[in-house]
Design a protein around this ligand. Sequence first.
Ligand code: FUB
Length: 323
Amino acid sequence: MKERTPLVTHIFTADPSAHVFNGKIYVYPSHDIPHDGEDNDDGDEYRMEDYHILSLDNLDADCVDNGEALHMKNIPWVSKQMWAPDCAYKNGKYYLYFPARDKDGIFRIGVAVSDKPEGPFEPEESYIEGSYSIDPAVLVDEDGRSYIYYGGLWGGQLEMWQTGKFDENTPRPVGKDKALGPMFAELNEDMKSFKTEPKHLEILDENGNPLLAEDEDRRYFEGPWMHKYNGLYYLSYSTGTTHYLVYATSENPDGPFTYRGRIMEPVIGWTTHHSIVEYQGKWYLFYHDCELSNGINHRRCVKYTELKYNEDGTIQTIKPYEM
Ligand code: FUB
């Protein structure tokens, strides 16, 4: 599979969460559906209905589409929009985490279980109690504890929960207001419920001050990912409106995190969403752009490229169209 080319071209894919399971690379993407509707700030153009898990035997092999792994028609609580998923392995089972709108139009996070990394996945009857918003990412830490990171602004509805209850009219943080960080919770051993009360993560600047809403080059927007490198926790995410992939680090899985820099410059298309995975001693960034559709925002394609660290643990910024 060539770097920086679409992993597959027979369907549109986005929001790749990559993992190495049983020595193979598995990619859990959203499955974009082509249509002629217009884009808006709520993301109504992202009308996904199912998930197809992709896999690569190795990085020289062709990418395989393992077929439909989960469809919304089989999930009792879902009404529409199966957005960015992730998968985690624990105690012999694979857990697929996915956001979707419930019957009231509120984004929640669901979980579905399989014996195999490529599915098919069996969904739980209801969403994870206490969950809301979008873009789940799960880290199973070296000590066996599992953490979920999630949340997205605008169409992802994160701002609407600032009072603790869903309220569409809650004002968004602006200007010098503190920016909203992603959500964090520890998961129970069953991997299907929150062990701790979800909380916002703190992302601080180099002086220890919280990032502000107006700092759109650095503040959190959506698409969190968590990985560890040399014992440090790396929280990476999309800045949305400014289209960067950036990262912040901490000694702890629940922060506070300090902003460290940019991972990738903007790609073709509005959204940018990624994952980071180690494979055979090297690190890789999986991401998407809209090159396959000549820039149509909801027709995206997943790609990968190598990610390199400097000696001091900082990440070298990738220019997506310059090798
Ligand atoms: O794919 C739908 C949404 O677009 C995702 O949930 C966001 O992260 C953005 O990529």
